[in-house]
Write a protein that binds this ligand. Sequence first.
Ligand code: AMP
Ligand code: MN
Ligand code: MN
Length: 333
Amino acid sequence: MEDKDFSQVIEDIGAVISAHHSFLLMSHVRPDGDAIGSQIALGFSLMAMGKEVYLVNEDGVPESLEFLKGSEKVTLPPKEAIEVDVAIALDTATKPRLGDKSLHAASKAKVWLNIDHHISNPAYGDVNLINARKPATGQIVYELLIALGYPIPDETRDAIYVAVSTDTGSFQYASTTAETYVLGADLIRRGLNVGKINADTYDNHPYRRLELMRALLNTLQISEDGQLAYWELLDKTRMDLDLQPDDSEGLIDMIRSVKGVRVAVFFEELPDGKIRVSMRSKDSGVNVCDVAMTFGGGGHALAAGIRMAGPLVDAKPRVLSALRSALASQNNF
Ligand code: AMP
Ligand code: MN
Ligand code: MN
């Protein structure tokens, strides 16, 4: 999106917000820090303006994000559709990724806003603020609030930081820009306690996460050329260790960090029999979003995911062979 479009879309979103009173904010299933953080950030700003705001996520708030002030306002979707004027999807690449119950809760909304940074987003809103160059939806929400002069209460300030920090691997990934650091500086000037919020985000894991790491390391494999590394989480391990869905968040970075590895993959057997695939590329020549999209998934060039039919013994070789082809075609240049 060009900057001219960006300011036009911001203006359009401002007009929709001014013209309406009630808002339902949602984000993707199995929410991460950017999903929940963006909901809390925009939600509390709208509440501070006197709007009626509902925050709903198909899977609720993961235990690891419960420290966020305002997270208690994010609920599971109610059975009945909510009487709201506007539905807002945040950080959600495709509409179905909001989840069936959330979509039902939103079914009475008259206007849909779609705010996201996934390159694979097909622009399913009435107004779409999508910019794949932004490292996090939280950064887009921040720029929107600043541009429109909306309030930034403490809940919003902290949630923006966590959204951006978690989606940039603590301000490390190549998607991080000068604007990202300006955002961080501005939030600290606004009173953010940076030491505490990072400790709450990164130094606060349950012991079972380390046990999970041990189990994953036992399944670690690497291709002969050392470019493709992968591990898997079996449903049995999930049950044995009594895991929560967010316990594995970020662990893929361990295999991504290995010297020579260009693509890291995490296979996970879900309780419903489907397979969740997480992929990370360290190489701008290997676009894992393209590979994900051939299996109905999506995401970003360097971080993408798939939810596909099981069993694992069928899904795994299909994905690995697609990735081997992507790596091979890159090696030929
Ligand atoms: P993850 O590996 O789950 O951290 O996801 C990496 C990126 O890909 C995130 O930005 C996700 O929102 C996106 N993503 C993951 N799974 C899917 C999917 N099934 N469809 C579309 N996007 C996905
Ligand atoms: Mn996300
Ligand atoms: Mn995101």
